[in-house]
Design a protein around this ligand. Structure first.
Ligand code: NAG
Ligand code: NAG
Ligand code: NAG
Ligand code: ZN
Ligand code: ZN
Length: 322
């Protein structure tokens, strides 16, 4: 403390208080009422395996990307989501599919639109269906608000993709090879980029946008080639065992149990599927992630630290001159 003068201490106090001030000015805009902290303009990514049983695993995602999400042009501020999501280790294919986004209309199996999050990228970013908040094609209507990674934030600050992300935003393609893993959908089935075996767009995708191929002999989805509708998937072919907080999945009783999931005749062996979410570290098996800390509390702690520093500084100066 001796080496720090009064001015330095005051400057330090101000720097400590600064994050609190920043949190104050960066509260999510439209949608209001949210107390979630804004994503940083640097790396905000957290992906952490929380727990794992013989059948399922739970992962914690911060919901913020590893790059700045501030190029998107909606009025909303990208914010931490601190989301905990549970998937099956081995997906179970269902006898019926669940249509998502704008494709649910006019179908017999589920006629309601499935909006909001239908999967997560391996980097912990939400994947939405093709529908925007009004139930129209989000890429067509809101594509102008996407950043260079094709992400944008909804009214609660949830940063998400509706399509294959931009190059390098989750993965980079390697010429001549199958696309890398993009993420896991809510039916626990993996989704890859647009390219199949030998780096060629697949020609045998089913209605949902899935297939098996030589590279990956278990059923998996692909994003569409050249950003064609439905961009991610048109339907989910596996049983959904956990709505993971998506109200439209919850509301329409689409969540199954082992007893109510009607299995398809063909099931797949996923033992060769390498799932990076199962090895995300550090691995904890007991303690859940901390609850979102309120921005207001952070602000007060910052101010308290600043005030204490000033008091400490003045006291030290006082002793010296006395
Ligand atoms: C954001 O904008 C900067 C400057 O135009 C650009 O270099 C960067 O790639 C953009 N990033 C994203 C994710 O859009
Ligand atoms: C993609 O490649 C670029 C350039 O080599 C690299 O800087 C970036 O880290 C890569 N991104 C990912 C997600 O691997
Ligand atoms: C959870 O969210 C808060 C903001 O709401 C953030 O400050 C905190 O770092 C997040 N926790 C983790 C582990 O990412
Ligand atoms: Zn959107
Ligand atoms: Zn494939």
């Amino acid at each position: 403390m001796n080496s720090l003068g009064l001015l330095e201490m005051l400057a330090l106090a101000f720097v400590i208080a600064l994050p609190g001030l920043k949190a104050l000015s960066l509260q999510p805009g439209a949608g209001g009422g949210s107390t979630l902290s804004a994503c940083p303009s640097g790396n905000g990514q957290v992906v952490r395996l929380v727990s794992k049983t013989s059948t399922e695993y739970t992962v914690f995602f911060s919901g913020c990307p590893f790059y700045s999400p501030y190029n998107q042009t909606t009025p909303n501020t990208p914010a931490f989501q601190n989301k905990t999501v549970t998937f099956r280790i081995t997906p179970v294919l269902s006898s019926t599919v669940t249509y998502v986004g704008i494709y649910a209309s006019g179908t017999t199996s589920n006629s309601q639109k499935i909006m909001s999050t239908i999967g997560y990228t391996v980097t912990g970013i939400a994947m939405f269906s093709d529908a925007d908040a009004t139930g129209s094609d989000a890429y067509v209507n809101e594509g102008h608000t996407f950043d260079g990674c094709r992400g944008h934030a909804e009214m609660n600050g949830l940063y998400h993709f509706h399509t294959e992300p931009g190059s390098g935003c989750v993965y980079n393609e390697t010429a001549g090879t199958h696309s890398p893993l993009l993420g896991i959908m809510y039916d626990s089935i993996p989704i890859y980029g647009a390219l199949g075996d030998n780096g060629v767009p697949p020609t045998n995708l089913d209605e949902c946008g899935g297939h098996t191929d030589t590279t990956y002999p278990f059923y998996h989805y692909h994003t569409t080639y050249n950003l064609k509708s439905p961009y991610l998937v048109k339907c989910l072919r596996g049983c959904i065992f956990n709505a993971n907080g998506n109200p439209s999945i919850q509301q329409y009783n689409l969540v199954k149990t082992d007893a109510t999931c009607v299995k398809a005749a063909t099931q797949y062996d996923y033992s060769s599927f390498v799932n990076p979410l199962l090895s995300s570290s550090p691995v904890t098996t007991s303690s859940p992630p901390p609850p979102p800390s309120s921005a207001a509390a952070c602000r007060w702690h910052a101010w308290l630290a600043a005030v204490l520093l000033v008091v400490c500084t003045l006291a030290t100066q006082g002793f010296r001159t006395a």
